[in-house]
Structures are given as C-alpha cells and as structure tokens.
Design a protein around this ligand. Structure first.
Ligand code: HEC
Length: 297
C-alpha cells in the first residue's frame, strides 16, 4: 500500500531518470576511447598534424645532435636512423640481399611481381602505394599480406611476419626509396579501413587499459623502459625495420610488441584490425619518403 509520504518520495526521486540514464549507457561503446583527434588525411602529406614535423621536414637540416640526446631524439621520429643519415651497415642490408634472392626465385615467370601489382615500372613505387584495396581479395591488404598471398600462388609458403616475408617486403620497399608514400583514403574501402583504424588507435584495451594513442599521441617524448615514445607520423615509411633484438620487424610485428608490452591480447600479423591500423598509420605517413633499410635498438 502506498501512503502519501511514500508517493511523494517516489515522485520527488527521479528513479525513472536513472533508468533512462542506463538505457543511454547501453548504447555507448563497450570500450573506452582515448580522446580521438580528427584526422582528414591528404595524399600530399599529413605532416601538418605532426607536432614534430618541423624537426624532420628538411633532411638537410636534420640535427644529428638531437639524435644523441635521449630527451630530444624522439622529436626526430627515428628519421636519424634512416638512410642516408645512418651510414652503418646493419642486419637490414643483409636482409635486403636475402629478400632479393627470395624474390628472384619467386618471380622467375614474372607472375609474382604481377600478382603484387607491379606494372611497367616494375617494383618502383609499389611500396609507396600499399596498403591498397585488392579487388580479387575483396579487401584492403598490406604489402606483406600480398607477399604471402602471391607466394602461395607460386607454391611457396611465406607467412606474413616471417623473416623471409619481411625480407622480400624490404627488398620491394627499397625500389621506392625516396618516393613519397601516397595512399588514397578519401573514399571506398580504404576510407572505411582508415576510419576503423583511427578508432582502433584510440580504443583502450588490455590489462593496463591503454590505447595506442595513450602513448603515441598523449605521452610522446616521455621515457618508457629506456625508450622515448614517438608520434605516429612517418612511421610507415621506414618499415620493415631491422631490430638488433629481433632481426626484422614488420609494422604488424611492432604492433604485437606494443600490445604485449601493455598486457593486451595481440593478433596475428595480417589480421584485419592490424591492416586497418596500418592504413591509418600509412595515411599519416603520406608525403614522407620511403627510407629503408633502417635500424632500431
Ligand atoms: C605503453 C605505451 C605504448 C602503447 C599503448 C603503444 N605503444 Fe607503440 N611504442 C611504444 C614505445 C615505447 C615504442 C618505442 C619508441 C617509439 O618508437 O616510439 C613504440 C613504438 C611503436 C612503433 C614504431 C615506431 C618506429 O618508427 O619505430 C609503432 C609503429 C607503434 N609503436 C605502434 C603502436 C600501435 C599501433 C599501438 C596500439 C596497438 C601502440 N603502438 C601502442 C609504446 C607504446
């Protein structure tokens, strides 16, 4: 039985508002997002978004003193490890030679290169235009994924993420050295992949509940386990890199490393989510010249 006081209390206390609030919450995404930034990438270059671009935009004025100073080197976004600044011979060069041998044996009939999308120009510029939409796969694919796919057509297993696969990617990328990355993400499946990648980049996950952006956008320059976190701009232009710890590292393998570091469940190289992230990161490298082989500690 409701007495007068109970009725008044019920009316005064907006319980229904609470329920309405919960209904609204149910529509929210399950995952938390890190403050997303609106990127509308441009094929000519997205350097305008980069907070560090002014330090590396001009190769001739890149300050080598910065590279030696841990408090400052992150501003160079690893560009000082790109050729021609880094003249040292390292494992990346040997990997490239190995990649060439593997490529030559796969491409005896030229069908391997054709499958990768090489036209009259041969391998020139191929890397600068990946990831791309591949109609026969019905999806966007990165260079490493296509190497696996096209090698399989030649009867060779060359798994995405394997040393051989990354070595062939490195050899192919070397033919685009100096050419600016140019991927179109303004429409179609590439745009969708870019938008998914952008969202993923800002989505928190894992034991520490970090998004990629928590580190690479909101904590750039900070020390983390002997490293200084860099911005995502221009990253894609120097991958795969030679790591003194892990031999060759493709972009997807690097994502796995970052996810393991933050207690998140990593995915397999070539997974859809990593390819979307790759599209996002590559669009942020638009305009920056391909530079391989490069080295990381
Ligand atoms: C806890 C912080 C943290 C998180 C979260 C994180 N990273 Fe990293 N990441 C690092 C550090 C530290 C490095 C090594 C220094 C550098 O290159 O910035 C690095 C390096 C990288 C590099 C290599 C840059 C280069 O040019 O060598 C890429 C690419 C990258 N991260 C992508 C990602 C992606 C994608 C995610 C999300 C799935 C992510 N990271 C999440 C800390 C993080």
């Amino acid at each position: 039985m409701l007495n007068r006081t109970m009725l008044l209390t019920l009316l005064a206390c907006p319980v229904w508002l609470l329920f309405a609030g919960q209904a609204a919450l149910a529509n929210e995404p399950y995952r938390e997002l890190d403050r997303p930034r609106a990127y509308t990438p441009d094929v000519k270059g997205d350097a305008r978004f980069s907070d560090t671009y002014r330090y590396w935009k001009d190769r001739s004025r890149l300050d080598p003193a910065m590279a030696g100073n841990p408090d400052e080197y992150w501003k160079l976004n690893w560009k000082f490890m790109d050729p021609p600044f880094n003249q040292a011979i390292h494992g990346g060069h040997f990997a490239m030679d190995h990649g060439e041998t593997r490529f030559m044996s796969l491409n005896r009939t030229h069908s391997f290169a054709r499958c990768l999308g090489a036209g009259k120009q041969g391998l020139k510029g191929l890397r600068a235009g990946y990831p791309r939409y591949v109609a026969r796969l019905g999806r966007v694919a990165g260079l490493e994924e296509m190497i696996e796919h096209c090698a399989a057509k030649e009867g060779v297993v060359m798994q995405n993420g394997s040393y051989d696969n990354s070595a062939v990617a490195l050899y192919i990328a070397s033919h685009s050295n100096g050419m600016p990355i140019r991927i179109q993400v303004s429409k179609g499946p590439m745009r969708q992949a870019f938008e998914r990648g952008r969202l993923l980049y800002h989505t928190r996950s894992g034991r520490q509940n970090f998004a990629c952006a928590s580190c690479h956008v909101h904590n750039t320059g900070k020390h983390l386990r002997g490293n200084n976190i860099t911005t995502p701009f221009g990253d894609a232009s120097h991958y795969p890199v030679y790591r003194t710890r892990y031999e060759l590292q493709s972009l997807h393998l690097r994502m796995i490393e970052c996810q393991l570091d933050t207690g998140a469940q990593p995915l397999l190289p070539g997974s859809r989510a990593y390819t979307d992230l790759e599209v996002f990161l590559t669009a942020l490298s638009n305009g920056y010249p391909v530079a391989v082989p490069t080295e990381r500690d």
